[in-house]
Write a protein that binds this ligand. Sequence first.
Ligand code: MN
Length: 278
Amino acid sequence: MKIANNILNGKTKLNHEEIVQILGEAKDQLRMLPNVITTPKAKLFYIGGLHGDLKCARKIANKIMHSDYHAVFLGDYVDRGPAQVDTLLHLVALKLQIPERVTLLRGNHESQEVSGRYGFHSEVKQNYSEELYLEFLDFFKVIPIAALSRSGIFACHGGVPEDVYSLNDLSSINRFDVNFPDDRLSQLVWNDPKEMNFEFTFSIRGAIARFFGLVAFQKFMGNLNLRLFIRAHEAFPEGIRTFFDGRLISIFSTSYGGRITPMIARIDSDLTVHAVEI
Ligand SMILES: [Mn+2]
């Protein structure tokens, strides 16, 4: 906990032993959690991909700590950005400091096949070691995959997967793998919405992902009795975009070096949704 506190007070560039220790504490916590986390009814923040943007991660962590809101991070903490290890550890520290008010979910980048190719592996190898990269992969394995608020707000990184008809279909998946061998889990972190009247179609991202249309969305919302769907995964210049008559909200929370307006979504006690610039 001392390390977590130091990180939240600005400490970066931790040494190998400190990182192993804080990841160990976080793993012990996350491993025990179900696939789908139950979050409060309202007073929620939803945070999109951070991709190594420590500046945004710090601003968001401060905002959360000085509030009484529960924060759901939608994954993609690593790859691409300038400070991937420090960004990830900042969120891990926040989770350890106020566990009851922070939910960390897994993005498609929290896997070996993606983080091995898009920057995280290189950053860890350059500044630390291959051995430490394996510790991070071991941490990725235990991160939960979705969150459901008591008011019916579903959150995950990507979107509606094929062949999921109930909460139990998600709860029963074995998530503990460095990649996503289960196709439903893989689609949950890879799929994208498309504002069209179809169920599923092939994606420009390749065979791993699908586009889900209005038909799939309505079935999923009905089957799970949901009010709202919040996801990340796509970078829109305005940082936030709504689909399907405002029932799906897509958010992105890194500036990508100024190309994007980083946003988070805030749900107040009256269940109104607000886009908040970071
Ligand atoms: Mn993603």
